[in-house]
Design a protein around this ligand. Structure first.
Ligand code: GTP
Ligand code: MG
Length: 351
């Protein structure tokens, strides 16, 4: 500060500086290089491992930093500093409660389905849609990419979407149709979707492992992996490969949750079902991925066709705190919509 700066301003600046000193060391760590103990070599190794932002580092475990070559103690320190920088602390239950308070909700396009999941899909956890081919899983994914861009008063999150497509089923035309129906500018909507095609399961994992910077720079509020399991299913065949498949899937899901928490985004995955030939009663189909996917998906929604036509049944199969439920919706030209009262009445009258 120069000598001729007015006294008043000098005091103001001093006060501001003082305030800065008493604040938790939040704003100091903007980039991973700012973290104590992270020199140029360490930062390069962290980047190679996919940690480009303080946010993603805050969600890492010390074991995940092993390849960096730092001691466990130092890994803890780095992660601790990253956590303090973004103001999270998992240790205390009240902090956990505070984190829950920041959960946001995203509309699916169907009020009935939103109600079933307590107001829309939540941020910070994974929602899984599973069902047979043509049941509407990818349609939900497309719709959510558009809905996320709506303002909060319309059920959106004013953010962008990251779409990891493993089966080449993403269709821009469909996005444009849905955007138009919601009165959004299709050109703008398309710009807010970051699309990546995953060619193999390893590539799919790599994409998420390196997504943190993209998520941050583009204000991504939903991460979609459609389909979570298709590559894993086709690459890991037979019983002897099951363990390694599950291990990889677990790691992949863990990364997804970490990103969803770090950036407060919704995370959606889709999953096919396989027939269970030894089951004679009830619905003999089961989602792929077994316990791993089941335990890490916090909310599972089973989709199936009602009969022929646009109507689908969405069943909430598991949720940490909601009762099971079932709702109907339809997939139309406009996207995911509610079934109207008239349509319901017509159906019960058998028309
Ligand atoms: P898999 O990925 O094959 O496992 O299936 P999925 O569950 O992802 O199916 P998807 O979401 O792609 O649903 C496809 C179905 O959605 C179609 O059979 C149609 O019934 C419906 N659908 C897709 N696009 C349109 C459209 O433009 N208009 C209408 N009316 N329906 C559509
Ligand atoms: Mg699909």
């Amino acid at each position: 500060m120069s000598e001729d700066t007015p006294i008043e301003e000098q005091t103001k600046t001093k006060e501001a500086e003082k305030e800065k000193e008493t604040e938790p060391k939040k704003s100091e760590y903007k980039f991973i290089e700012d973290l104590p103990g992270v020199g140029p070599a360490t930062s390069q190794k962290l980047r190679d491992l996919g940690y480009h932002t303080v946010e993603s580092l805050a969600m890492a475990t010390s074991r995940e930093l092993e390849p960096v070559g730092v001691s466990e103690k130092k890994a803890f320190q780095i992660i601790g500093a990253a956590r303090s920088a973004i103001g999270i602390n998992f240790v205390r239950a009240d902090e956990l409660y505070k984190m829950r308070q920041t959960v946001l909700r995203l509309t699916t396009g169907s009020k009935a389905v939103d109600k079933m999941v307590d107001g829309g899909l939540e941020t910070q956890t994974i929602t899984e849609f599973y069902g047979e081919f043509g049941s509407g899983k990818s349609q939900f994914c497309h719709q959510l990419c558009v809905n996320v861009q709506l303002p909060p008063e319309r059920g959106g999150l004013n953010g962008g979407a990251l779409y990891v497509d493993t089966e080449n089923t993403f269709r821009l035309e469909r996005i444009i149709q849905m955007a138009k129906h919601l009165g959004l500018d299709p050109e703008q909507v398309v710009k807010n979707i970051i699309y990546a095609e995953a060619y193999t399961s390893d590539h799919q994992m790599f994409l998420l492992e390196n997504a943190d910077e993209i998520i941050k720079a583009n204000n991504i509020k939903i991460i979609i992996v459609d389909s979570l399991t298709a590559h894993f299913r086709s690459e890991y065949i037979g019983r002897e490969m099951l363990a390694s498949r599950q291990q990889k899937l677990n790691k992949h899901m863990h990364k997804l949750i970490a990103l969803a928490r770090a950036f407060n985004t919704v995370a959606v995955v889709t999953n096919q079902v396989m027939a269970k030939p030894d089951q004679f009663f009830g619905d003999a189909t089961h989602p792929i991925g077994g316990h791993i996917v089941g335990h890490t998906s916090h909310t599972r929604i089973y989709l199936r066709r009602a009969s022929h036509g646009p109507v689908r049944i969405a069943r909430l199969v598991s949720s940490p705190y909601l009762p099971e439920g079932e709702e109907i919706l339809k997939v139309t030209e406009n996207g995911i919509e509610d079934v109207t009262e008239e349509e319901k009445a017509a159906k019960t009258r058998g028309r």
